[in-house]
Design a protein around this ligand. Structure first.
Ligand SMILES: [Cu+2]
Length: 262
């Protein structure tokens, strides 16, 4: 009987401790030696939506109930890499920005990424005349292209999707297919391959220099600037010519430094 008040006090102290323990988050309270702490990250396989070394997960477009798949985008402040009549061998990647020229005009596309449908066209005012590119149909040349129109995927660099002519980037939206180009209404190309992509910033805002390819950056994937965005597009011949860079007979390459989502 003499001990009863002491037992009650102990009970009160214990309940306070229990309440504190119940409210505290396990992460905060876990001691530094907790076995859960130093577990090595699970190895991540390379895929269109997974890359080793990434530190951020995000919901895919398909996980959002309100995703409508519709991208309506316009690019301006357009540059051409090289010209239409360069003599082989030429460099139409233009990473060092030494052979770029700003051209007038606009590039626009409105696609449905879910259905792989829509339209892509560029009308450009070149010194040679009005140059027009139109995509006739979307084509999936590789499974990572997801039917020909794909959103929120990793491409280029060492991504395992696309080539290493560009740095690895998160592509917000991209399309692949076949189409035509005209110069002043004269048909130049037919059934040529077209690719367009809205990427993270690949070129310096001022100098337009691009850091592309493996071995050219800390990660070996080429460097992008996630604070910027650009719209790259090309039309290229099926015929190859390894003297050129990229190794095609024709590779008419443009990029827009201003991108508007509508
Ligand atoms: Cu691409």
């Amino acid at each position: 009987m003499k001990n009863a008040p002491r037992v009650n006090r102990l009970g009160a102290v214990l309940s306070v401790v229990l309440v504190i323990a119940a409210c505290g988050s396990p992460e905060v309270d876990a001691p530094a030696t907790d076995v859960r702490e130093p577990s090595a990250p699970a190895p991540v396989e390379k895929g269109p939506r997974t890359q080793p070394g990434t530190e951020m997960g995000l919901y895919t477009p398909e996980q959002h109930d309100s995703y409508d798949g519709r991208f309506n985008i316009r690019g301006t402040r357009i540059y051409q890499v090289g010209t239409l009549a360069d003599e082989s061998p030429w460099d139409h990647m233009g990473d060092d920005a030494s052979n770029l020229r700003q051209v007038g005009g606009v590039v626009e596309f409105e696609v449905n990424e879910i259905d792989n449908t829509g339209a892509f066209a560029a009308v450009l005012e070149l010194p040679e005349g009005v140059y027009r590119i139109e995509l006739d149909r979307f084509v999936e040349f590789s499974p990572c292209q997801n039917g020909g129109v794909a959103a929120f995927l990793f491409e280029h660099g060492d991504a395992g999707c696309g080539d290493a002519n560009w740095p690895k980037s998160l592509l917000y939206i991209a399309g692949w297919g076949l189409g035509r180009a005209w110069l002043d209404d004269e048909l130049l190309y037919e059934d040529y391959q077209i690719h367009f992509m809205v990427t993270q910033g690949m070129r310096d805002r001022e100098t337009l220099v691009a850091a592309t390819g493996a071995g050219n950056s800390a990660t070996g994937a080429g460097a992008v600037n996630p604070a910027a965005m650009q719209l790259d597009f090309y039309i290229r011949s099926p015929e190859s010519n390894e003297a050129n860079h990229p190794g095609r007979e024709v590779f008419d390459h443009f990029f827009a430094m201003e991108v508007t989502w509508r």
